[in-house]
Design a protein around this ligand. Structure first.
Ligand SMILES: [Zn+2]
Length: 160
């Protein structure tokens, strides 16, 4: 097993990435044991590693979103149609007229309270489609520290 210099964030914590080089060219596997990521792969190139991480994040985020959306949906008494996980360069999440939500797969890198903020933000759009004062009042009701959380998400993809 080869320890790489690479580390990655998962749910707000930094974990090392270990790589097991496999002879089988088709071998591609990713596991997380609570302390590190273990990748079994034939060609440990950056894009192959990123691809595996994206797979893992997407799976993990789907599970987490299913749970948290259910929780906030009944707490906030709102309804959404469904959700999908996407790679949008300019936003962390979205909500359209049909109340379908999207979330960026890289959200899995952030701590759960940050993910919760994006969930609350998108669910508030099922009530208010724009970012007016009543929208932010509703966000603040279910996520009182949203002003501290927003800068964590950075400036590039602040649109949600
Ligand atoms: Zn928004």
């Amino acid at each position: 097993m080869k320890e790489t210099e690479k580390k990655c964030y998962y749910l707000g914590q930094l974990y090392p990435i270990h790589i097991r080089i496999e002879d089988d060219i088709s071998s591609k596997k990713i596991e997380f044991d609570g302390e590190r990521f273990i990748l079994e792969i034939a060609m440990p190139q950056d894009d192959a590693i990123e691809q595996l991480l994206k797979q893992f994040y997407t799976r993990s985020l789907t599970k987490l979103l299913n749970k948290r959306l259910k929780f906030y949906q009944s707490l906030m008494k709102v309804k959404y149609k469904g959700f999908s996980i996407e790679t949008h360069p300019q936003r962390w999440g979205s909500c359209n007229n049909a109340k379908h939500l999207t979330f960026h797969w890289q959200l899995a890198m952030f701590q759960p309270e940050v993910i919760d903020y994006v969930i609350v933000h998108e669910l508030c759009h099922t009530v208010h489609l724009n970012h007016d004062r009543s929208f932010w009042r509703l966000v603040g009701k279910y996520c009182p520290n949203y002003k501290q959380i927003m800068p964590i998400l950075g400036t590039e993809k602040t649109r949600t």
